[in-house]
Design a protein around this ligand. Structure first.
Ligand SMILES: Nc1nc2c(c(=O)[nH]1)N[C@H]1C(S)=C(S)[C@@H](COP(=O)(O)OP(=O)(O)OC[C@H]3O[C@@H](n4cnc5c(N)ncnc54)[C@H](O)[C@@H]3O)O[C@H]1N2
Ligand code: MOO
Length: 401
């Protein structure tokens, strides 16, 4: 595992911020997976396994019937001597040649059973049953699907509902997982209004509603947003307050170079190490990543413009939270743009697209202050810098549904 910071130092800064792909890599390297802890299955969904999941028992755990019908011994016809139901002791201990019991799917097959004959293929007359003789048919043998001790999921796998069911099937009550990184959300700006129609000169907060769900989807757990007026002192004390209680602090707004944009000066005052100072992408170029002193929390600076903030969160916050929460990074997804799109000569463009069968169609409405396009999109297409308008294959960043 690379120590945080070592490779970052080798990553070059380009004019107008770090290249987009380097910025993502830097964000990934800035974090290490949080310590493992054991949690009960009911609380493990959405967390990443900190160690491989091993089968605590063979599957199936005993020789069992795969169909409802008759457990038979040898060639027919057979004399029906009893019943075997799932979870119950059978009414006879074993089968001898020419004998059968009625059996339910999931019941343990008796010693001597050579096949299970489904009802649909059986002819029953009184206590006699006949049908095809198919040795081994419809018996699931102990361990044939999974041997005891076998690794069924690797470390880093996201615990999905199916993974929880699998864990229970192999006898687990708790899982070793990485805890979710805690994220403080600091929403800055005197102009930001939290309810209703804002008066002229003010703007309705879009990021307080957007970020908790995004953080959850990215593997973190967000604290309720804290709203801060513009000014160095409120931001500085909010960062100082949050640093001990969370792993990541996302600051919304104040990321640019204006008179009310205090994030960079405050981080300097606090002695933070700036790891990414602007990214060569549109929207979202003023974003930043820093580490508070003393191995403290990571700070992700998101632009105030809401679509720019979303694009920045997928650029820097996503890899940070993915790494802290111990998730295995997924290989990038790709799609083919349905029409040529104008690119930018020195900056990666992040464009909202709908994706159908791998075909990516721009949805428009993608100005930095507007979330309309992103809200209608399935993904953001990543368009690397070039002078031309191009169609073709592009990387896609999925958006949370
Ligand atoms: N001289 C320069 N000015 C700006 C540059 C630049 O490079 N040089 N970059 C522009 C870009 S690009 C962006 S993005 C913004 C980033 O600004 P800040 O992060 O400092 O954010 P603010 O100035 O506070 O706000 C920008 C914009 O977004 C609105 N806003 C802020 N917070 C929210 C919120 N929670 N919900 C909805 N809307 C919000 C705010 O009212 C502004 O309209 O800087 C450019 N300027
Ligand atoms: O790049 Mo800004 O982040 O476009 O709005």
């Amino acid at each position: 595992m690379t120590a945080p910071g070592t490779e970052i130092a080798q990553l070059a800064l380009s004019h107008g911020g770090m290249a987009w792909s380097q910025a993502r890599r830097s964000a990934e390297l800035a974090a290490l997976p949080l310590d493992p802890c054991a949690v009960p299955l009911r609380r493990a969904r959405g967390l990443a396994l900190a160690e491989p999941l091993l089968a605590g028992l063979a599957l199936p755990g005993f020789d069992t019937a795969a169909m409802d019908g008759y457990a038979v011994c040898g060639p027919g016809p057979w004399h029906v001597i009893g019943r075997a139901l799932a979870g119950c002791s059978p009414s006879v201990p074993a089968l001898g040649p020419g004998q059968a019991v009625e059996i339910a799917t999931g019941a343990q097959v008796l010693p001597g059973t050579t096949a299970v004959l489904p009802y649909e293929r059986a002819q029953r007359t009184g206590a006699s049953v006949s049908g095809p003789d198919e040795p081994g048919r419809h018996i699931r043998r102990r361990g044939e699907e999974c041997a005891e001790g076998r690794e069924v999921l690797s470390a880093g796998t996201l615990v999905t509902p199916a993974a929880l069911g699998l864990a229970a099937s192999v006898g687990c009550d708790t899982l070793m997982v990485h805890r979710r990184p805690g994220v403080a959300l600091l929403v800055t700006g005197d102009e930001v209004v939290r309810h209703g129609i804002p008066p002229v000169g003010r703007v309705r907060d879009a990021l307080g509603p957007l970020l908790p769900g995004l953080v959850d989807w990215l593997g973190g757990i967000a604290q309720p947003p804290t709203y801060l007026p513009d000014g160095r002192a409120p931001l500085s004390s909010a960062l100082a307050r949050s640093r001990g209680s969370v792993d990541v602090i996302a600051v919304c707004g104040a990321s640019s170079r204006g008179p009310a944009d205090h994030l960079r000066p405050v981080l300097r005052e606090l002695g933070a190490e700036v790891l990414v100072d602007g990214v060569a992408c549109r929207p979202g170029h003023p974003q930043l990543l820093a580490r508070l002193p003393g191995g403290g929390a990571l700070v992700v600076g998101l632009p105030g413009n809401p679509y720019a903030a979303l694009a920045a969160a997928l650029t820097l916050l996503a890899p940070v939270l993915g790494r802290l929460s111990g998730r295995i990074p997924r290989p990038p997804e790709h799609g083919v743009l349905t029409a040529p799109v104008r690119r930018r000569p020195h900056e990666t463009r992040l464009l909202p697209v709908t994706v159908v069968s791998g075909r990516a169609t721009p949805v428009g409405h993608d100005r930095p202050g507007l979330l309309w396009g992103a809200a209608a999109a399935d993904a953001l297409a990543v368009l690397p810098p070039t002078d031309d308008a191009e169609a073709g294959r592009v990387e896609l960043l999925a958006l949370p549904r």
